[in-house]
Design a protein around this ligand. Structure first.
Ligand code: NAD
Length: 257
């Protein structure tokens, strides 16, 4: 198994990519700490893991609050004795996030607090725990929009993901000699509840689809597989990477018909 003897904490593990990663990491032998602001969803993920014979525990925490982010790390060390893998995956994409001209300051702050400050807190409190465990792997979820503009405006989201990517690189350099690796996953559009609202509009869906060489959205499991690789020792020399899982979006100049 690829994550035997490892303890992995995954934020936003009640849905989408986070849930798939939690199921996969547990299947590969990790003890998984499921973190989500939504208790029902988080507990459901734990039940699914246990039903499949895995080991997991849930803690309800809001990653955008310092005390709660600290508490989730303490929970991991208390319940499972250590922390080896931290997947800062929780993120939001509110409807009201649009053009720079129309997006309100409150929406900007909300998105930044969860998507960017949440990753900052995860690393701030998680890195000392990884150091106590002798090192480990941190995976931060950015997005392909950190590398290019989004076809449908979402100014706060795009800015937050650019920040996640830049911050990941800086920490990857700082902790490289202390046996901690940090990498950012940049998924393309994934078929999850986060995008459901946006993609329920056929015109907006088509506007997105035009840019995807593979002609389809990603599945959450496909992003989880990338996270598994980065979490495991198979990626021992991968550090500070911008790990695109985008079906070729960022490589495309012209998309085939
Ligand atoms: P999702 O909406 O399916 O799941 C996100 C989970 O995070 C939910 O269970 C939610 O309750 C939880 N969450 C939200 N705010 C939280 C908070 N403050 N504290 C703790 N938990 C919180 O989303 P997803 O599509 O699986 O997205 C996961 C990550 O991938 C996000 O960072 C997202 O920005 C990123 N991403 C998604 C896509 C996509 O197209 N879906 C593309 C690129 C990147």
């Amino acid at each position: 198994m690829r994550l035997s003897n490892k303890v992995a904490l995954i934020t936003g593990a009640g849905s989408g990519i986070g849930r798939e990663a939690a199921l996969l990491f547990a299947k590969e032998g990790a003890k998984v700490v499921v973190v989500d602001i939504n208790s029902v969803a988080g507990q459901e993920t734990v039940s699914l893991i246990k039903a499949a014979g895995g080991e997991a525990a849930f803690t309800a925490n809001d990653v955008s609050k310092a005390a709660e982010a600290r508490a989730m790390i303490e929970f991991a060390e208390k319940i499972f004795g250590k922390l080896n893998v931290l997947f800062n995956n929780a993120g939001i994409f509110p409807d009201a996030d649009g053009s720079v001209l129309e997006t309100d300051e409150e929406v900007w702050d909300l998105v930044m607090n969860v998507n960017l400050k949440g990753v900052f807190f995860g690393c701030k409190f998680g890195i000392p725990a990884l150091l106590r465990a002798g090192g480990g792997s941190i995976i931060n979820t950015a997005s392909f929009v950190a590398l290019m503009g989004a076809a449908t405006s979402q100014i706060a989201y795009t800015a937050s993901k650019g920040g996640v990517l830049a911050m990941t690189r800086e920490m990857a350099v700082e902790f490289a000699r202390q046996n901690i690796r940090l990498n950012a996953i940049c998924p393309g559009p994934v078929e999850t509840p986060l995008l459901a609202q946006l993609l329920s509009d056929p015109a907006r869906r088509q506007r997105r689809m035009v840019h995807i060489p593979m002609g389809r959205l990603a599945r959450a499991t496909e992003v989880a597989q990338a996270a598994l690789f980065l979490a495991s020792d198979e990626s021992a020399y991968v550090n500070g990477a911008t790990f695109t899982v985008d079906g070729g979006i960022t490589a495309a100049y012209v998309t085939p018909e």
